[in-house]
Design a protein around this ligand. Sequence first.
Ligand SMILES: NC(=O)c1ccc[n+]([C@@H]2O[C@H](COP(=O)([O-])OP(=O)(O)OC[C@H]3O[C@@H](n4cnc5c(N)ncnc54)[C@H](OP(=O)(O)O)[C@@H]3O)[C@@H](O)[C@H]2O)c1
Length: 335
Amino acid sequence: MVSWENIQASNTSLKNYGPNLVGVFVGGTSGIGESTARAFVKYAVSPRVYLVGRSETRASQIIEDLRALNPDGQINFIKGDVARLEEVDQACKEIQTKEDKINLLVLSAGILTMKGREETDEGLDKKLSLHYYSRMRFLYNLLPQLTNASNAQDAASGQSGLSRVLSVLDARGNAPLILNDLPLKENYSLRNCANHAITMTSLSMEELAASYPATSFVHTYPGLVKTSLARESGSLMKIALNAVFLLLTPMNVPLEESGERHLYAGTNPMFSPLNSKGDAAAIGSDGIQGSGSYLVGSDSATVSNQKVLEGYRADGTRASIWKHTLDIFKGIRGD
Ligand SMILES: NC(=O)c1ccc[n+]([C@@H]2O[C@H](COP(=O)([O-])OP(=O)(O)OC[C@H]3O[C@@H](n4cnc5c(N)ncnc54)[C@H](OP(=O)(O)O)[C@@H]3O)[C@@H](O)[C@H]2O)c1
């Protein structure tokens, strides 16, 4: 467990990266994404922030708060239903017209629902898209800007610029995949949907960390954080979830703490990209120090013993998952 003091000390040193860091928070209009954006704005010097989500009302309130928290920050809202890859592409284009570099991309758009498969007009399950395909599309589109961010070297230390992607899901939960039905057209269940989103995230992040060695990739498990995650569920689900939070109160991670812990995962130098690993680098998801992709738990420590990933790495499944993802993109968006 990384202590609260160490989390705060690390976040306070965010100013050492210099001014004008750019953070994109997909799912920044609520919950963990919002609280991570708040922490970013609190500690960064003259940051530029993009909150992506659907709720304009919520975004306006957050923007007002964030401007008061750091008057030198520039906070923008980009509206979109990002379960649709077309809207992901539009959001990315809007960001790319304004920014050459992105230092931190936080992916936390998601829903909690007990519904079965619910297809978007693009043919993907809505939940699997929000938790995996849409997030990977953001990442894929914004790789040039993430790579540019790493090129900005600090004159004094020689340290590369911050270039990191965070996906907030369940770093501990990697499980076997149904390899002949990755989008779960025939085998949909809530369990399978969670398993596929989680495990494909870990495998794709490893694959990308090797191909894009100037950027690091972190898959986090936030623990139990009381948010509005069940807002699209029925009232029974909301009551059940509230009961879980009540029963497990001692294990809940307060929302503000979760934001600070995610900022730590998003900025601490120990989660370094492959090309700038140092002696202090954390152990990567493949068991190798500083490999550029990391699994991080709610206590901000790395998660280990990921047997299922080991098998998929060895038999080439890891590479084929990323290829499948690119094929899905090509099928829906043409590239
Ligand atoms: N909270 C927990 O205890 C917990 C535990 C484990 C894992 N997680 C995972 O962490 C992630 C974040 O959860 P959270 O607790 O922060 O939930 P949250 O408070 O409900 O936030 C979810 C965010 O996703 C956005 N979103 C949902 N559907 C969208 C869509 N179609 N298009 C654009 N944006 C959309 C929402 O924005 P708009 O409403 O503005 O669209 C909101 O900003 C989720 O993937 C969840 O599965 C959470």
